[in-house]
Design a protein around this ligand. Structure first.
Ligand SMILES: CC(C)(COP(=O)(O)OP(=O)(O)OC[C@H]1O[C@@H](n2cnc3c(N)ncnc32)[C@H](O)[C@@H]1OP(=O)(O)O)[C@@H](O)C(=O)NCCC(=O)NCCS
Length: 192
């Protein structure tokens, strides 16, 4: 089997019953700013809240650069009947050598509680395991981010343990839960 496929040069459009996942571009600046300046979204993130729309433009460039060097891929999450970005999700820290990556996701709070991210992650996990050939997809979560790990539990990720004071964020050391889903878990447990 070949190395994990990190040679994807364009973000493919993925569709689910209710969603379209597509590449993020300059028309999404307002949507990105709304998400990354939102207090509830940024509460458990390892970066500061956006205060200027120029940070959203830098983010678009960052996602493009990561894709071009095979280190990441990020989708805009849109409702099927509306092309407006309401969240993002994707893979980063891609390691072709070890067939693994980390998953990341965020959603505007107005859309929480509707199963949207569960639905979106089903689509990218399928793409990650079947098209990018990952063996292991990791998630790193703040133990007080209950919504995030409820989502991972719902999807069938396994909690492997707690890394104590693993990151220095916003002036303090924070613990993180490590979760993973393996290609074997995906094949055995997920039914799309
Ligand atoms: C993490 C995050 C995406 C989770 O959002 P969410 O709306 O809770 O997750 P889902 O979209 O899967 O929705 C699940 C909820 O919808 C409900 N739901 C309705 N229909 C559903 C369906 N078809 N499938 C699954 N859940 C459904 C579930 O019961 C659950 O409800 P609850 O809120 O009462 O528990 C969101 O809280 C967020 O953006 N947080 C900030 C960013 C962040 O923390 N990112 C992760 C860093 S590790």
């Amino acid at each position: 089997m070949s190395l994990a496929n990190n040679s994807i040069t364009e973000v493919p459009v993925l569709t689910t019953e209710n969603l379209i996942l597509r590449a993020i571009d300059e028309k999404d600046l307002a949507g990105l700013f709304a998400i990354f300046s939102s207090e509830p979204v940024m509460k458990f993130m390892d970066v500061e809240r956006f205060t200027n729309i120029s940070e959203a433009a830098q983010m678009v460039t960052f996602f493009r650069e990561k894709l071009s060097i095979g280190e990441g891929i990020r989708w805009a999450i849109c409702l099927k009947d509306n092309d407006q970005l309401i969240g993002t999700c994707g893979f980063h820290h891609i390691s072709p050598t070890h067939y693994k990556c980390e998953i990341g996701y965020d959603l505007l709070p107005a859309f929480w509680g509707k199963g949207i991210m569960t639905n979106a992650l089903h689509a990218i996990l399928q793409f990650g395991f079947e098209q990018m050939n990952f063996n292991r997809i990791e998630a790193i979560v703040d133990p007080v981010n209950t919504r995030s790990y409820a989502l991972l539990d719902r999807l069938g990720f396994q909690r492997e343990g707690l890394h104590r004071q693993s990151f220095f964020e916003k002036g303090r050391f924070v613990d993180v839960y490590i979760y993973s889903m393996l290609q074997g878990d995906y094949k055995n447990e997920l039914h799309f």
